[in-house]
Design a binder for this molecule. Structure first.
Ligand SMILES: Nc1ncnc2c1ncn2[C@@H]1O[C@H](COP(=O)(O)OP(=O)(O)OP(=O)(O)O)[C@@H](O)[C@H]1O
Length: 608
């Protein structure tokens, strides 16, 4: 993903760029349903020529009436039938187009959304998701994904049909004078351009206001969200939220109202010009008829054609204006699809090494725009070892875990996987393959509003024996009888499900990690919300599961780290102590101090 500053630069693509976007979207639309799109093109073509055909028939009919009145001959009945046939065909083409358009747009929508999701999957790192401006782009893409493909499809075929109609009616007007269609169209061009410019203005306002609208919506969301209800009531936050929401909304509406008014008033002069031109041509046709140079049928043709051209050009300017908004959205969409992530999967990934020793070699890392939080850190974790990582808040423990999972790449140094002589840089492995070998419970784990079972399996096929083992070992089994439908209990009030307590959730996500057949197990603060008995149970399960595999445990509960083979103490992004519990206590450093403190709290006197 490019840095968001690049995204900003492209917020207002010029017309040429819009054409390029259109050029790229056409084959995509075609690929989504070739047959439907071809038929759609045919119906638009048919619908486009019908107005010209109807006008010609009208001309012949009026002239025919004149002929008959002056004693001549004309097959008026046939002409009437032809007129009705053409009108019916036009109606049928319109209905067929609407139906086909619905089907084609459905396919195009699914294809577009799938590509968005696939791309999100390709963004293997987390760095992009942490930039506030990235949220704006995602919000625009997310909001537009269900409707922009349909809008663009209908605009493309609308514009195509209108162009066909303009060309054919313009061709009919040629019979009055070669300059007539040229003058009519030239008179309408300012209207078309003004309309398009104003739509573009509308789009750039949408972009500029996304951050503002996101923020104001956040105030409303906070006010109505159950998650914040306790603090809002306790601290009397509601008046503040209401005030902020109202002021920001009024501000936002003022800005948007300005744009809307400008849009409406801005088209007025161009509309007057267009009207003047058509009125001029109309007057010319009447004058020519008075001179006997045009037949009555030709005057009817001119009147009808002018109305048609006016209607067509109006709808063309409207479609091009709205269409440019859809194309802007597609511009963002392609920008997202083309984004090159900082954490990228290698083109030719190395196979996973035999041994899973982990080596951090002089690793330095800082979050985007921030000072390093891991500095020149070297650490070797042989396969099979259970390592507890402890240290004060903000020491960099969770960051270290995120680096090991390759959610970020170090800015300096390397992280290697493999035994001596076969070490491979994590950057040379397929992130998916590497992560499939790791089970992890994060501090801020995902709470999916699915069933308990789905929350444990997370898309992995069910193995009943393993599921039972994971549920038993994590303590999940013990809480199931209290849930209405056991493993099939739906979680989340939004879908009529139940709410789980923090501790219950923690057991569930521990089961999630235990269910995976992973060679590396990572638990980041797995027991923070657990009662002492559950904590002891989870650690017993962890110790059991950790046997024979690499296990990393980040925790502040020192009582539970004694069972680790080794304890690593971190401070300000560096490893300051490294050894067994006994060694570190004997050493009398930070660990010994923390241990004594916690032991004193539990009243055991701090003895090792
Ligand atoms: N996504 C982020 N963007 C910017 N800074 C971050 C981000 N995540 C963490 N930090 C910062 O990095 C530093 C290390 O954070 P980290 O979460 O690794 O610490 P920790 O040792 O796990 O702390 P704790 O014990 O409180 O969980 C902190 O100063 C934190 O503010």
């Amino acid at each position: 993903m490019p840095r968001p500053s690049r995204l900003r630069d492209q917020d207002k693509p010029d017309r040429l760029q819009l054409l390029r976007i259109l050029w790229r979207s056409l084959p995509e639309l075609w690929q989504s349903s070739p047959l439907l799109v071809s038929l759609l093109g045919l119906t638009a073509l048919l619908g486009g020529v019908i107005p010209a055909v109807t006008l010609l028939i009208s001309k012949w009919a009026v002239d025919g009436v004149g002929e008959v009145a002056s004693g001549g001959q004309a097959n008026l009945a046939l002409l009437a039938l032809a007129w009705a046939g053409a009108a019916l065909l036009g109606q049928l083409a319109g209905i067929a187009r609407a139906v086909l358009q619905g089907y084609a747009a459905d396919n195009f929508t699914v294809q577009t959304s799938r590509r968005l999701m696939d791309k999100m999957n390709d963004l293997t790192g987390l760095e992009v998701l942490e930039d506030p401006r990235f949220h704006d782009d995602i919000q625009i893409l997310q909001m537009g994904a269900p409707r922009r493909p349909l809008n663009l499809t209908s605009t493309i075929f609308g514009v195509f049909g209108t162009l066909v109609s303009l060309l054919s009616v313009g061709g009919v007007l040629l019979t009055i004078g070669w300059w007539v269609p040229l003058v009519v169209i030239a008179g309408m061009i300012p209207l078309t351009l003004t309309q398009m410019r104003l739509y573009e203005l509308g789009w750039s306002m949408t972009i500029q206001n996304t951050q503002a609208s996101r923020e104001l919506n956040y105030f409303q969301k906070a006010a109505l969200n159950q998650q914040f209800a306790k603090e809002i009531r306790l601290y009397g936050l509601m008046p503040y939220l209401t005030r902020e929401y109202t002021e920001r909304t009024l501000d936002y509406q003022r800005t948007m109202r300005g744009v809307r008014n400008k849009q409406l008033l801005g088209v007025l002069p161009a509309q007057v010009l267009a009207l003047a031109v058509t009125a001029g041509v109309f007057a010319y046709a009447v004058w020519q008829a008075q001179l006997g140079l045009l037949t009555a049928g030709a005057v009817v043709l001119v009147i009808g054609a002018l109305a048609q051209v006016r209607g067509d050009l109006w709808s063309l300017s409207d479609s091009l204006g709205v269409g440019s908004e859809h194309l802007h959205w597609f511009g963002k969409y392609y920008e997202f699809l083309d984004a090159v992530p900082q954490v990228a999967a290698p083109a030719q990934p190395q196979p996973l090494p035999q041994r899973f020793d982990l080596t951090l070699d002089k690793v330095t890392f800082g979050y985007q725009g921030h000072a390093p939080v891991i500095e020149d850190l070297s650490l070797r974790i042989p396969e099979g070892q259970t390592v507890a990582i402890v240290g004060e808040n903000g020491a960099g423990k969770s960051t270290l875990i995120k680096l090991l999972l390759r959610f970020y790449d170090p800015s300096a140094g390397r992280i290697l996987l493999g035994g001596v002589g076969e070490e491979t840089d994590l950057r040379d492995l397929s992130p998916d393959e590497w992560r499939s070998q790791v089970a992890a419970v994060f501090q801020d784990y995902a709470r999916f509003e699915w069933t308990v079972r789905e929350n444990v399996l997370l898309g992995v096929p069910e193995d009943p024996e393993r599921l039972r083992y994971a549920a038993d070992a994590s303590g999940l089994s013990a809480m199931l009888p209290r849930l209405e439908n056991g493993l099939n209990t739906r979680i989340g009030q939004a879908y009529g499900g139940v709410d789980l307590s923090g501790g219950q959730w923690q057991k569930l996500v521990t089961a999630r990690a235990l269910y995976r057949r992973a060679r590396v197990l990572i638990l980041d603060e797995p027991t923070a919300a657990l009662d002492p008995r559950s904590e002891a149970e989870v650690f017993a399960a962890f110790a059991e599961l950790a046997r024979g595999r690499t296990a990393l445990l980040v925790t502040h509960r020192l009582g539970s780290v004694r069972m680790a083979d080794r304890i690593v103490v971190m401070r300000a992004g560096r490893v300051t102590e490294d050894g067994t519990h006994e060694e570190l206590v004997a050493r009398g450093g930070e660990y010994a101090e923390l241990w004594a403190l916690q032991a004193a709290q539990y009243g055991s006197g701090g003895a090792a």
